[in-house]
Design a protein. Structure first.
Length: 150
């Protein structure tokens, strides 16, 4: 029998993840555990579904919360990421955000929430979203690294 994570549980898991090596399987597993597997049934899988601009906007809204995100930098990331999403590269944008979360030393409620939203989107479209070395993913990684200042 599984139980729902409380805000305190989530905070503890985020703190624990922040002590682990960047990109480690353990850290990824902890971040992934912040979203209950029981919620998967909410989404209809559609293998032909694509990541929309609205999906990218939701992830950015989740990610860019709290300290470390200067308003001018946030606007730059949003402009670039949403522009790529409008060109049909929304999935690559999300993979770039995942790559940045997994490889950086940043563990915040925003990064954890973005991870959860990406997992939801992956379940909805019927395929997992994973970090990628595609160029448009790399653009997002570089943008996020340049903007996050904490």
């Amino acid at each position: 029998m599984s139980r729902t994570l409380t805000a305190s549980d989530r905070s503890s898991l985020i703190r624990l993840a922040s002590t682990m090596p960047s990109g480690s399987p353990e850290r990824r597993a902890i971040l992934a555990s912040l979203w209950p597997a029981t919620d998967r049934s909410v989404f209809d899988s559609d293998p032909n579904a694509e990541v929309s601009v609205q999906d990218v906007d939701k992830v950015l809204s989740a990610l860019i919360t709290g300290p470390g995100w200067p308003p001018e930098g946030v606007r730059r990331v949003e402009r670039e990421a949403l522009s790529l999403a409008k060109q049909g590269y929304g999935e690559n944008v999300l993979m770039g955000i995942l790559e940045w979360i997994n490889s950086s030393d940043v563990s915040t409620p925003g990064t954890a929430h973005a991870y959860q939203v990406i997992a939801h989107i992956g379940r909805r479209i019927g395929r997992p979203l994973k970090p990628s070395d595609r160029e448009d993913s790399g653009i997002i990684v570089r943008l996020l690294e340049a903007v996050y200042v904490a």
